[in-house]
Design a protein around this ligand. Structure first.
Ligand code: MG
Ligand code: ZN
Length: 367
């Protein structure tokens, strides 16, 4: 059977190729419009380069859920101001399609606010969400919802959560909402705007629909190994459960914030724990995407952190030996893994700003 099928295909090609050459002045029939993607789940491993991925893979004895993504590319991360980006410029490039200066949040290099993919999704009636294992006002999630000259303006960034129709946000950073220099309690404003406020990971299960603000820690959530536990996976599953109720679809950004912090600390164990926590969440997200069929999942990073190199290891024992070359970020290209409808558009080598344009195209949004 297999053989016959193959021969048929060859014959077809032999006949059509000369015809194509002969008829090159004719209008080719228009290709059917590509099917629009209903949902996009963008997953950012902050500071996650190839070495961080392989450190996690080695610790997990040679495999990760991430490997289900068959379309893979590389993203160039430099910013408008530096060969080495930070999470403000890196997040803003992905969120808005603009290279900007380090420290910028949702503004271009001239500090002009630029509409983010989350805001575009909202404009088109989709639901939206942000999840992070840092404060929710931290640079990466902030880049998708806020517009600020500096990533350090956490209280201003918190204000911007009230200026959008975001449906679900879960992370740390309660203090930026209710313990502020201006004495305004934004949790009251959130409640007035219809949000259910949740302060503990275990209470997330109480919410089944509607708007959800999960401010699970006053400051940054702790490490996975020091009490945060499976917060990221629980939050991701809850967000999907709520956001999928919107008939027009949704945009969700999920950040594993602390892969970066492990890199800054030059702690291999910290990097690996956070990488594996991220991958377990990726597994749950891919499970949903597989069943749903209309969801594009993109897993990438804003930059690499630590200049991590793997100097030894054992795939059977799950042992990793690593060395770091810096306690800051590096310039190397970072991987992009994509799964689902439209994922083949994420192959190749391109600027981090292309991620925005590719997501816009996948949603069928005009720029
Ligand atoms: Mg970050
Ligand atoms: Zn960093």
């Amino acid at each position: 059977m297999q053989k016959v099928k193959k021969m048929k295909k060859t014959t077809f090609l032999l006949i059509t190729l000369p015809l194509l050459f002969a008829c090159n002045n004719l209008q080719m029939p228009e290709e059917p419009a590509p099917k629009k993607v209903k949902n996009i789940i963008l997953m950012i491993g902050d500071g996650m380069g190839i070495a961080q991925v392989y450190a996690g893979m080695t610790a997990n004895c040679g495999s990760l859920n991430l490997e289900q993504c068959q379309n893979i590319g590389l993203s160039k991360t430099y910013s408008a101001s530096s060969y080495i980006t930070d999470s403000g410029a890196g997040g803003t490039a992905i969120a808005t399609g603009h290279k900007t200066y380090n420290g910028a949040i949702g503004v271009d290099k001239d500090t002009v606010p630029q509409k983010t993919i989350l805001e575009h999704a909202e404009d088109h009636g989709k639901a939206s969400g942000l999840i992070a294992t840092s404060t929710i006002t931290h640079a990466t999630p902030a880049s998708f919802i806020a517009h600020a000259k500096s990533r350090n303006l956490y209280e201003e960034i918190a204000n911007d959560f009230l200026k959008t129709d975001i449906d679900v946000f879960i992370g740390g950073g309660l203090n930026n909402f209710n313990s502020r220099s201006d004495s305004i309690d934004l949790t009251q404003s959130l409640k007035a705007n219809g949000y259910t406020l949740i302060y503990k990971t275990e209470d997330l299960k109480k919410v089944k629909s509607g708007k959800l603000a999960g401010l699970l820690y006053e400051g940054a959530p702790p490490k996975y190994s020091e009490g945060r536990g499976n917060m990221l996976t629980v939050a991701a599953e809850k967000a999907i459960e709520i956001l999928r109720q919107n008939k027009k679809g949704f945009f969700l950004m999920i950040e594993a914030s602390q892969i970066d912090w492990g890199g800054h600390d030059n702690k291999t164990g910290y990097v690996v724990d956070e990488m594996l926590d991220f991958d377990r969440t990726i597994g749950k997200v891919l499970e949903f995407a597989k069943a749903d069929g209309n969801t594009l999942v993109i897993v990438t990073a804003d930059h690499e952190t630590g200049g991590l190199s793997l100097t030894g290891g054992d795939l059977e024992k799950g042992e990793v030996e690593a060395a770091f070359s810096t306690d800051y970020h590096t310039s190397v290209m970072v991987p992009v893994f994509a799964y689902g409808p439209g994922s083949d558009d994420f192959r190749g080598i391109y600027e981090n700003t292309e991620l925005f344009h590719k997501m816009m195209a996948a949603f069928g949004f005009e720029e």
